[in-house]
Design a protein around this ligand. Sequence first.
Ligand code: DC
Length: 196
Amino acid sequence: MSINVAIDGPAGAGKSTIAKKLAKELDYIYVDTGAMYRAMALYMIEQKTDIQHMDAVRSACDAITYSDGEQQVILNGRNVNDFIRTEAVSEMSSKISAIPEVRAKLLSLQRSLAAASNVIMDGRDIGTHVLPNADVKIFLTADAHVRALRRYEEFTAKGIDCTLENVEREVIERDERDMNRAIAPLKQAEDAVRVD
Ligand code: DC
């Protein structure tokens, strides 16, 4: 039986930073589920998929093949790692993550990865939906202003032009959407350890 560690929490709390370090230390596989939603979002932006129309969303879901090799996100054979961290992709990924068809496609992929290997998986619904029997569950959070500041510093270090106000607004909007959607919303699992 593989060992599964779930890390959930809002945007910019440091989930992926911690998960990557832990995975290296423990020699587990790191599964960044946000990157999967981001890859799908990138595809739908590029294909100009009308996300109001379920037929269009369904055929986009069917068209996508995704693999995560060595923390590189491969979308239909193309490495998209450098294209999935933009503001436009963040917003789109949060929007499409509320669509049941999109979640269903990624859920089976996430569960099969966790069944096959010891994993540290981070996201929004890992402890509550994806891996309800995870061996360890952590809910990692921080004040929205602190999270926005981290994101802002990451962006400016990469030379991306932005303001702290805009980054903070985007983080807050995305959390609101992720916490209030009908399906698998961002929520602390009852048996998760909260780290603020
Ligand atoms: O973790 P992230 O910021 O890369 O995630 C991008 C978006 O994907 C996030 O705003 C909501 C969605 N997401 C989700 O709905 N469920 C997950 N397990 C992971 C991400």
